[in-house]
Design a protein around this ligand. Sequence first.
Ligand code: GDD
Ligand code: MG
Length: 370
Amino acid sequence: MKAVILVGGLGTRLRPLTCNTPKPMIPIANRPFIEHVILRLQRQGVTDVILAVQYLAEQFEALLGDGSRFGLHVHVMREAEPLGTAGAVKNIEHMLDSTTFVLNGDALTDLDLQAMLAFHRERGSKTTIALTPVDDPTQFGLVEMDRDQRVQRFLEKPRLEDVTTNMINAGTYIVEPEVFRYVPPGQHFMFERGLFPVLLQTGDPVFGYPSRAYWTDIGRPQNYLEVNQDVLIGKVQYPIAGDVTSNRIWMQGQVDMHASVQLVGPIVFGPDVVIGRGASIIGPTVIGAGCHIGDNTAIESSVLWENNQIAEEVTLRNCVLGNQNTIAAHTVISGGAIISDQCQIGEHNRLDCGIRFWPGTRLGDKAISF
Ligand code: GDD
Ligand code: MG
């Protein structure tokens, strides 16, 4: 069984976290997201994964290699120009020979693909769309079905007044390759605004597969912190790398900490972390490789990527730090703040209310406080 993962998007909504890191490679619980997607596919019986990329092909190749590390084959296929979601699959149509999974590269879910495949076969479907309920369908593709779960209408990013259901396209499809005969080669063409409406017109059977499995689109900043926390508290099946202790502390290597440090799981530590005297780390929290945490610093419900230098008496609560930031003493960062990469934050600042710092921002002492 083959799976195509669509990873051509720019990840603009997730900036500044995606300024230096492509969206599918941003870490969740200290592991690049795409690795989790591939491991999940391997566990669900997929033997070949085709990554439809548009840029940064080398980064995907360097990270994933030929896939043998994951027990399957990975093929990185680059589009010369953005072909849209269905155009990207058309572009690699020659590699498909039978029923295929197609996945948006930013959906975190533990949907049972084999059960969905059984449904697809039982119904004689040509295209099956996984559906999930959401509070606000205007951000997604709305899918209306009849009683037999046959799709009647597809409406991408509907206006509020056009919302008739809260079931949306969850970005996982099972397709029969023959449907790509409707997709023009070498042209920008979307599943959502192109192929699905065409299939409904031609009468090819398109079914919806509703599920209450965990689902989130990681491409939205307000979700990023929550997704990490959901993984750590076990709300979604998502194996975390490292050795775990009975109080849900995962260690992926050496953590050098003073005996007075207070830890309350769930916490994931990358390798080579150093934690000073009197510091406390309260989960759900992720501390990336090479982070140094100063004396009496308190970190709670936050995600830190790699090589952050945090001074003493700092408070980090409900915030995200990217790579290689330096945070000086007595600063408080909270309220969903996102500090991306290589920022230098001076002493006695208070950063709150979803503030976002682009890479390389420098902030003096006492520059922001309220
Ligand atoms: N190869 C390739 N080429 N991939 C692409 C292209 C392209 O031209 N355009 C988008 N993608 C990839 C993105 O990288 C992402 O993984 C996926 O296709 C979906 O694109 P998004 O930009 O994240 O779309 P969205 O989140 O606004 O909406 C889509 O996902 C929703 C669920 O999260 C739609 O499929 C909605 O209908 C759906 O509800
Ligand atoms: Mg998306």
